[in-house]
Ligand binder design. Sequence first.
Ligand SMILES: Cc1cc2nc3c(=O)[nH]c(=O)nc-3n(C[C@H](O)[C@H](O)[C@H](O)COP(=O)(O)O)c2cc1C
Length: 256
Amino acid sequence: MNMEPDVFCFSPTGGGEKIARAIRKGLGDGCGKSPCIFVVPVYGGRMPDLAKKAFGNVHATGNNPAVLAVVYGNRAFEGALAELAEFVSERGFNPVAAGAFVCEHSYSTSETPVAAGRPDAEDLKAAEEFGRLAGEKILAGNLMPVNAADLQDEPSPEASVNRFMAFVREFKEQQSAAPRAFLPELDKDRCSGCGICLAVCPATAIRADFSIDASRCVACCACVKKCPSHAWIFMSPFARPLSENFSLRKSPRWIL
Ligand SMILES: Cc1cc2nc3c(=O)[nH]c(=O)nc-3n(C[C@H](O)[C@H](O)[C@H](O)COP(=O)(O)O)c2cc1C
């Protein structure tokens, strides 16, 4: 029987994938208890609907211990981890460990960096340690579920949060007065036509002619970050306020 932990990772821009790999390394062979690892990004403080859809058919085979992680862009993970815990519990898993890790923000650019370069070596070491501690807990037969809602965000400076919230309010007002779609744009001169963007788009929002179906695109930036020719660009209106207000490094945190 294969006792390697199963990994369920939804990671459009690849940060969560790196964290999942490090957790798995730390967790080892799964201690014979068939643990599963779930990793999802935080979108607007929530677990993305697309991740729920991607894991929709996943069910535990018998109260399997689950090691959970959310990755976020150094702003806040809010209720996303608790939502992931609820999601896996409803599918019969037992969330025995839950953590939150910082990865480069999907909207980070060289002009407006947000958690650029993360997860770095320190983050990956921490994720591996989290996996190791979760493995130790499982091996010791301690299958007490965690209350993921107990893990709170590392606070940001109040002034930063207020400035950012003021921006969000103003943005929403502008959008309700004159709605404007913000979508990735393709630089046709750079595009080689390889089609990788179609393959990596988790929302199947890119058509064969490389136009975008606005009703499907969630602006996850998989196309932007994974295009080998850097032909996709997404100028998020949130990039600058995020970069200006959430530059203080946050650390990984978890509960077991
Ligand atoms: C639509 C959207 C919403 C996001 N919302 C948040 C958020 O609320 N808080 C935060 O810190 N980061 C947020 N992020 C950043 C992502 O959580 C972060 O970049 C994450 O590492 C992406 O994971 P991935 O690299 O595995 O795709 C958001 C990103 C996108 C695309």
